[in-house]
Design a protein around this ligand. Structure first.
Ligand code: CA
Length: 541
């Protein structure tokens, strides 16, 4: 695999970026002192102090937001704050992530293909070996904070984000907590800094409020790294009634509520960005927004094929925006192909952060393309997978290899499809038969993906309510095992459940990886008086 550690040229780019920022900062500070001198007043300028720090990092991740579920892609919900980010930043038109929550989050925070950590499905445990992106920033002097869902392990207290390199944590350990009761069933899954808290409010609002408060109350002499992992618009479909009422004209109930959830998400993002502005640190803050995977219940994946859980474009090609005023071009649409595990190496180069990696990044820094807004050939293929299938993007071609998991009971036959993804973004025409050499070369080069997934534990798919509005292909209510709407189940079933069926450990695939991927569980624990011990406290040391 590649080693995309920053090279000299890229370091020079980063240096130029810093010099540019510093020159802006110097001009800003000079202006502040001039104003103070002229006015005869003393300015306690938090902005001057804050601007002297290294640039801040603000990562905003939505959960199961489809390609068509942003205003700038024609979504019917109001997302003025996300749309404004597009005007002020770089719109990524070819941004890819894994088709399911936990693999995307693993890839984001490690810079690795999630399979390296035996992560194929939701709610698996990442383990403790890899250095996470936030840990690298913490080691570099950053204050680190996260709000939202963790979803990367909860077998022991060591797995908690507060013990994984975050100074401040807030939210749930699991996916999909109830937006109002903040847990599942009787067990509350809501914590701050590793301890259960009981608070009132709608989850999305609370996440926005928490991060805004932490930004406003921070020590301005230190830069911050903020990872906001919103649970919206993931199921359960719940939203404040006043927002649902704004979409009363939408007949489909799932869609009506989903639109309201996205609008509240946008309000929370606006709340956080307002805190950044109020603190005078907009020009010194690198912002990234993206959705973690394609949409499911109530979502709209545009005209793309597939949905959450599948490696087709509907599950993996997602809205994404970078903003850093004066450094990253504003109002430009980038056609550069970027995958979620590029982000860590990109930020390392952009911000000059040292790392202590046990294994080289799989991703490559795309910092040069973020600064220029231009497109270049990738040095590495884009590799995405789930527990049954994987895809490879290589230049103009995308290969989809399905049904490769040998542990799937009564597994259907393996299938191989090839698409010219630039000409055929909706993956309607399989050109594999006409290009056998291309297929064979892509299969041979990436055989380890088939080996990894082929030996992965079988994951039983669960039926679920609702369907997506993906060009009418996936409408309707419950699908059975293997797919919610009957489209292209060969590339993987739904990814919303939590139970991983017993199966053999992945092993012997012939390429290095960490040992992670243990399934998690959350039994109800009661104290001596029969009272429920809520999730954070019920987990052993
Ligand atoms: Ca998700």
């Amino acid at each position: 695999m590649n080693d995309s550690s920053p090279n000299c040229a890229s370091s020079q780019n980063a240096l130029r970026a810093f010099q540019f920022v510093e020159s802006r900062i110097c001009r800003g500070i000079t202006a502040v002192f001039l104003v103070a001198a002229i006015g005869g007043i003393f300015l306690t300028a938090p902005s001057a102090s804050a601007a002297n720090t290294k640039p801040n990092v603000l990562i905003l991740v939505s959960d199961d937001q489809g390609w068509g579920d942003v205003g700038y892609h024609g979504g019917e919900m109001a997302t003025p704050n996300i749309d404004k980010l597009v005007e002020e930043g770089l719109e990524m038109n070819r941004f890819y992530a894994y088709p399911i929550c936990t693999p995307t989050r693993t890839s984001l925070l490690t810079g690795h293909i999630s399979m390296r950590h035996d992560i194929f499905a939701p709610s698996q445990n990442l383990g403790h070996d890899p250095q996470l992106m936030n840990q690298a920033f913490k080691n570099a002097g950053y204050m680190t904070m996260t709000a939202g869902k963790w979803h990367l392990g909860r077998d022991t207290q060591r797995d908690f984000p507060i013990n994984r390199g975050f100074d401040h944590t807030y939210g749930s350990l699991n996916a999909g907590p109830d937006y109002w009761t903040h847990g599942r069933g009787e067990v509350k899954d809501w914590g701050r800094d590793g301890r259960t808290v009981h608070e009132n409010g709608y989850a999305t609002d609370l996440f926005g409020n928490e991060i805004s408060r932490l930004i406003r109350d921070r020590d301005p002499s230190k830069p911050f790294f903020s990872y906001v992992a919103f649970t919206a618009p993931h199921t359960p479909l719940q939203a404040p009634q006043e927002y649902v009422d704004k979409y009363a004209h939408i007949e489909d109930e799932d869609r009506r509520i989903y639109c309201a959830m996205v609008e509240v998400l946008d309000v929370a993002i606006g709340n956080i960005l307002q805190a950044v502005d109020d603190e005078g640190i907009r020009d010194n803050t690198l912002v990234l927004f993206f959705s973690d995977n394609g949409g499911s219940a109530g979502a709209d994946n545009g005209d793309f094929r597939g949905r959450k859980g599948q490696v087709y474009e509907g599950g993996t090609r997602l809205p994404a925006i970078f903003r850093w005023p004066g450094v990253i071009p504003a109002g430009v649409r980038s056609e550069q192909s970027v995958v979620v595990y590029d982000i860590f190496p990109t930020f390392v180069e952009a911000l000059g952060i040292p790392t202590k990696l046990n294994m080289p990044f799989d991703g490559e820094s795309v910092w040069d393309t973020l600064q220029s807004g231009k497109t270049r050939s990738r040095k590495t293929d884009i590799l995405i997978g789930n527990s049954t299938a994987y895809s490879v993007h290589s230049g103009e071609y995308k290969l989809v290899h399905s049904n490769v998991n040998k542990n799937t009971p009564d597994a259907p036959a393996e299938t191989i499809e090839l698409f010219k993804i630039y000409d055929d973004p909706n993956e309607t025409k399989d050109v594999s038969k006409a290009n056998p050499d291309v297929v064979n070369a892509m299969l041979a080069k990436n055989r380890f993906m088939a080996e990894m997934i082929g030996n992965a534990p079988f994951r039983a798919p669960r039926g679920a309510r609702g369907g997506v509005r993906a060009g009418g292909r996936l409408g309707g209510r419950p699908g059975g095992p293997g797919g919610r709407g009957g489209n292209a189940v060969a590339a993987g079933g739904p990814g919303g459940g939590d139970q991983v069926a017993a199966g053999p450990r992945v092993g012997g695939a012939g390429w290095s990886r960490y040992g992670g991927g243990r399934p998690s569980s959350a039994p109800i624990v009661r104290d001596a008086n029969g009272n429920i011990v809520h999730l954070h406290e019920s987990i052993p040391e």
